[in-house]
Write a protein that binds this ligand. Sequence first.
Ligand SMILES: Nc1ncnc2c1ncn2[C@@H]1O[C@H](COP(=O)(O)OP(=O)(O)OP(=O)(O)O)[C@@H](O)[C@H]1O
Ligand SMILES: [Mg+2]
Length: 349
Amino acid sequence: MCRNSNLDISLETLINSIGSAVLVFDKSLTVRYFNKEAEKIILQLRKNLAAEAIFNNKKISSQILDCLKTNKSNFNKIRYRTTASKEVAVNIKSLRESKVNLAVVTLSDLSPLSEAKMMRSDFVSNVSHEIRSPLTSIIGFVETLQGPVGEDKEKREEFLRVISNEANRMTNLVSDLLSLSLVEAKEKREIKGRVKPKEVVKSAIEAVKPLTVKKNKKIIFEDVENISEIPGHQDNLLRVFINLLENSLYYSEENSTITVSIKKIFSSDSEAETGVEISVNDKSSGIPSEEIPRLTERFYRVDRSRSRIEGGTGLGLAIVKHILLRHNGKLSIESIRGKGSTFTVHLPS
Ligand SMILES: Nc1ncnc2c1ncn2[C@@H]1O[C@H](COP(=O)(O)OP(=O)(O)OP(=O)(O)O)[C@@H](O)[C@H]1O
Ligand SMILES: [Mg+2]
């Protein structure tokens, strides 16, 4: 314990310096001190307000009373809902020294935790939904094939094709989910390697060649000289450009051309190179502007049926976003109705 008369500061000063919500109650069960953080959580908080009036919760008031009477401090935390969307954990401790007999109540915001819980349950329900629909379809077609329709060669081949497509969709989903969870887990890890951005782009164009041919489209790379190496994870960045190119190949106009360009970025006040920008531009009817901010959300698809036909799971851009976060980079999306879209990757050097 630190005992030094120079450090004698008032209780009020002390609680105002604490970053979480604190309320101090005296033996009349009214609040003597509280800090700004407490005011943020409990609206219309005033000095001398009774605990019952503040919390409107018998359990909290009786624990404060118990604490003041018995000096007890080992209460179980109480979860208390301050508004429909905000929940806090209430912790009560006794503060007793010579003539002082107070109860210190701290409130810790549980909302970020609740939000994480909600996101997790949303995610699970989305995944279940995504898995259930191809499974239902596979089971349906297998049952049909087991009946008299199975005797018809043409129908049998058609249904087997559907089953195979649906099974492929599930495989894509599982591999995208794995990629997403891997890049999320590594999001905070420092990037150690260095990459040549032009080489990564060229490899991505090479990787999507079979799809380019299948879709009867063309990819042009507007190459420029002297692009320096940047910090980067080769495989992850390759995944970024493959995902963007695949999207352009899937969602652009028939027989159209996709243009990839690369340029250096300089700081505004000096000639120093600060990074690179790589853009993938395609021709399509465009993406409605209100949809653009949602594209990187997991499972978000503008046109579900179109994405489904292409075997899409709606995770591609979420993976791109997480990889770029790890690189301290970002993705910007522009789309013009009737013209097409440009997805630009910004990467720092
Ligand atoms: N270049 C593009 N032009 C038009 N729409 C696009 C383009 N890129 C993405 N989109 C829209 O954004 C949605 C989300 O893209 P994302 O890549 O995340 O998922 P996906 O392509 O549906 O599935 P996958 O997980 O297989 O990539 C797509 O379904 C599509 O509606
Ligand atoms: Mg995609």
